[in-house]
Ligand binder design. Sequence first.
Ligand code: SF4
Ligand code: SF4
Length: 277
Amino acid sequence: MNDKIRLRYIIQVLFFVMVGAITLNHSLAETGAGISWLSNASIHALCPFGGVVSVYQYFVSGTYVQKIHESSFILMWIAFVLAVGFGPVICGWVCPLGSVQEWVAGIGRRIFKHKHNNFIPYKYDRFLRYIRYFILIWVIYMVAVTSKLVFADIDPYAAMFHLFSDELAAGGLIVLAITLATSLLVERPWCKYACPYGALLGISNIFRVFKIRRNNETCINCNRCTDICPMNIEVDQGEVIRDHQCISCLKCSSEEACPVQKTVGFTIGRGGTGDAC
Ligand code: SF4
Ligand code: SF4
């Protein structure tokens, strides 16, 4: 595991533990047993997507959607600035649901070896990846007309951190179970096919400042960058990655993937000539 892959793993674990501890403290605080020095914010206050779905109501009436707080707006802006600079790093480095899917996929890889993450034929898969944009439009529209977090009842992210809380929604638990079970077959199934926030952040791949770039001149066409990509992006086919599914995980630019130094990089300039990380 090289340095940037190790750093990403540490950050993923830190965010998972931090969000888990805060949301557990939220449940404890409701029974009077909360830890005083630790934040007891709700899971909705820790979700930048809550800010996104509240934008319409905030501009129309100056109020937040039910259960959404100012913190969601602040997180939304931080995620937006990061996405403009580096793409969906929130997905690849921070989101605990993304991390858990990756960890479960590690078990799937051991069971299914090379078959893992290659079960769905490309001709269907490339269309299925756009479903998340329909979900995004549906969620934003429904929250705007109902002023309620309609998504909360089927949200696997909320369910994951409500497992020990009476706020756990049956729909969310079912979607979480399906997500984790299918992670044994496919990398990040929720992110690829269903996550509305991942869909929104994915748009940043078109215009982000730092992009994944491959240097055609030094590339030896071994395809290892493509093989390692959890989102099945054909890194070896282009010089600049603008695919809406890239999560900025940097696996393709790691030494573990590319045997030729500085051929795939995370750069601001042209070609894969250097690695800014
Ligand atoms: S796509 Fe969604 S679930 Fe996946 S990492 Fe991004 S925000 Fe999290
Ligand atoms: S293209 Fe590279 S950075 Fe983007 S998701 Fe694939 S492996 Fe990760």
